[in-house]
Design a protein around this ligand. Structure first.
Ligand code: SF4
Length: 292
């Protein structure tokens, strides 16, 4: 079967073993200043018959799929009525299916009612990945995120109340030196209000041809050094006051130092690792081995 795959397909690290199913192409927002992922992909909905045919073709040789991930960048932008036949066919085709994941932004979650979200989670759409990036509204505006912090808190709470665990991502370095402390403090405040099931931090890497890269070239944005990023991570973690349980990770390849643990239980242990990292640069991932 011919399967059209325009652009590149990305997925969260935790979806490495999942059946990756494109249900949209690109990102319906596609405007964030730091993001170049879908710069050359025009947003489109993939035709339903093509999606269903790919599910059937996959089921013919692999009945054992336990996890599926709906791509691309914000597949949650599809209406509930568009997602349901896809989820139903996944459930019918893969008897061992345990969960379906999806990238989501606040606008796509908030366009759905609690009942919509419950009908999706009942069909095993039980994990969503949302880029908070920053809890600071000025930074979100500069980065053209398209949602403010309060909207993202409401979206995460609404999804989780409906049975969809949320995995929230914060982007270190997004406030540059100028707003580093505010970025860390407000991101911790907002992430704590969200109380997501999963929380991770990535570190900004400038992508050529993005709006943020253009600002950098004009001297309007500074990229922070490794030590300042670690200090920002420390501020962020020390300011986290989440009821939990919240699994926190910085294991993404863009980061300088991996830490992992459950909040609030492991907070002091993770802070101690960051403090050792601040004192010992041999613990840092070399620049040449950082990647997105
Ligand atoms: S960061 Fe996410 S929402 Fe923003 S343009 Fe990239 S894929 Fe779209």
């Amino acid at each position: 079967m011919y399967v059209r795959r325009p652009g590149i397909v990305i997925r969260p690290p935790s979806e490495a073993g999942s059946f990756l199913l494109q249900v949209t192409y690109g990102c319906s927002h596609n405007h964030c200043a730091f993001c170049g992922t879908y710069m050359f992909t025009r947003f489109a909905r993939r035709p339903l018959d093509e999606i269903l045919a790919e599910i059937e073709a996959t089921a013919r040789y692999n009945q054992g799929v336990r996890r599926a991930f709906l791509c691309d960048g914000d597949a949650m932008c599809l209406d509930t009525a568009e997602l349901i036949p896809i989820l139903d066919r996944l459930n019918e085709s893969f008897p061992r299916l345990e969960r379906v994941g999806i990238y989501a932004n606040a606008a796509n979650v908030l366009s759905k009612t609690p009942a919509d979200l419950e009908s999706l989670s009942a069909r095993k759409l039980t994990i969503g990945y949302l880029g908070l990036e920053s809890g600071n509204d000025e930074i979100l505006k500069r980065m053209r995120k398209g949602s403010n912090a309060d909207e993202m808190v409401t979206a995460v709470r609404r999804a989780q109340a409906a049975g969809i665990d949320m995995s929230v991502i914060v982007l270190l370095g997004l406030g540059a030196y100028e707003m580093s402390r505010e970025h860390a403090r407000d991101s911790a405040l907002v992430a704590s209000r969200m109380n997501p099931r999963y929380l991770s931090a990535l570190t900004l890497m400038l992508i050529p041809k993005t709006a943020l890269h253009a600002r950098y070239r004009k001297g309007e944005f500074e990229v922070m050094d490794a030590r300042s990023i670690l200090q920002e991570l420390r501020w962020f973690l020390q300011d986290m006051d989440v009821p939990g349980p919240c699994m926190f990770r910085t294991n993404h390849a863009s980061n300088y130092l991996p830490v992992a643990g459950d909040l609030p239980r492991d907070k002091e242990r993770m802070l101690a690792i960051i403090d050792r990292g601040l004192a010992d640069s041999s613990m840092w991932r070399p620049e040449s081995r950082r990647a997105l």
